[in-house]
Design a protein around this ligand. Structure first.
Ligand SMILES: Nc1ncnc2c1ncn2[C@@H]1O[C@H](COP(=O)(O)OP(=O)(O)OP(=O)(O)O)[C@@H](O)[C@H]1O
Length: 342
């Protein structure tokens, strides 16, 4: 087996050249992912999750304004400078991607069975009969009822939820080494969502399929991910094994995200925390820390010096100058609040 990590991003940057100037949507992302890991990428809307995940497979090249920098190594080979013909063989075979909108992947003029069978025959070299059997089986696994008849439907004959499941079946059919899932279950109801997540984790367990799971749903992350990376303004601001990140979040942004999840046992009258302010425009990125314009703890240093990634623990890294002091700062703030409130 290839000894190189499954996926390694080295200072990946994605720029768009627009009429207003250059917009850097991904501002230098580095991480390594091993086989069998399920990594969650979280962050508010607009923080660069989708652009980053689409950059891995160079799916943004239809806009000629895009420019990549850095490296995306898949099993040691840089996808960013790979000839397109070779990259096409990686897409859908070694790396599959699923999206929130199924119609981006399904072809309207073929039945879903044809599309899954075609993938299986091409990548897995199955006979027509074997491919059909496998297509029905995998459609069933995604929770499509009566898969033996649905297999002959065209995409438009299926409901939105079923189209979603058909797309997922197609992506998983050839058992990719890496699945990139960009908010794949957001539009589905919770029962179907649970079924899809179960299918993904099952393939992860049995085949060691790595999963990069992009979501803003921290509940899903807690349920299935082995590790989490929190993105803000095109960069990773904190990363840790899932349990550690939920137990002791260090970055003020991560703390804000976690405080905005409703708790089942919480006081119903307690207000949910909202992170004040909005994500700055890509044309107006702050000079120091990207989060300093919204951070309650930011000081002069934060406003002037861009923080580096600091090693807080063996597998816990954070991009915040003051991460070790935030607890004490928070206590002081709360204490002051009580004193003012009487
Ligand atoms: N083609 C483009 N040209 C210019 N800017 C773009 C382009 N595509 C995306 N962006 C910008 O890149 C930034 C990151 O967008 P992205 O879609 O990756 O965010 P996201 O975190 O995935 O958000 P969401 O959860 O809403 O999908 C945004 O500011 C967006 O406006």
């Amino acid at each position: 087996m290839n000894q190189a990590p499954l996926l390694e991003l080295n200072n990946l940057k994605t720029h768009f050249h627009t009429e207003r100037g250059r917009a850097t949507a991904v501002g230098g992302v580095s991480f390594t992912m091993d086989r069998g890991e399920i990594i969650g990428i979280v962050g508010e809307s607009g923080c660069g999750k989708s652009v980053m995940s689409q950059s891995i497979l160079r799916l943004l090249e239809h806009t000629d304004s895009v420019e990549y920098e850095g490296e995306v190594l898949f099993e040691g080979e840089n996808l960013l400078d790979m000839p397109l013909s070779k990259l096409r063989a990686v897409r859908g075979n070694d790396i599959s991607m699923i999206f929130q909108d199924p119609l981006t992947s399904l072809n309207p003029v073929y039945t879903i069975g044809n599309q899954i069978e075609e993938t299986l025959r091409l990548h897995k070299k199955l006979s027509k009969k074997e491919a059909r059997k496998k297509a029905i089986e995998i459609l069933g696994l995604t929770g499509i009822p009566s898969p033996e008849t649905r297999v002959d439907d065209y995409p438009h004959q299926l409901s939105g939820g079923m189209q979603q499941r058909a797309m997922i079946a197609m992506a998983l059919a050839c058992e990719p080494k890496l699945l990139i899932a960009d908010e794949p279950t957001t539009a589905l109801d919770v029962t179907i969502q649970a079924q899809i997540l179960e299918l993904i984790t099952e393939l992860n367990r049995t085949l060691g399929m790595g999963v990069l799971f992009i979501t803003h749903d921290l509940g899903v992350v807690a349920e299935i991910c082995t590790g989490v990376k929190v993105m803000y303004l095109g960069r990773i601001v904190e990363e840790a094994p899932t349990e550690q990140l939920f137990r002791s979040p260090l970055h003020p942004y991560t703390r804000g995200l976690l405080q905005s999840i409703p708790k089942l046992d919480g006081d119903r009258n307690e207000k949910l925390h909202v992170i004040e302010g909005t994500v700055p425009s890509l044309f107006d990125i702050p000079r120091g820390c990207g989060f300093s314009t919204r951070c309650p703890y930011a000081d002069e240093k934060c406003r002037n010096e861009d923080p580096v990634m600091l090693q807080a623990d063996e597998r816990h890294r954070v991009r915040c100058w003051h991460y070790a002091e935030i607890d004490a700062m928070e206590e002081r703030r709360n204490g002051d609040g009580e004193a003012v409130g009487g």
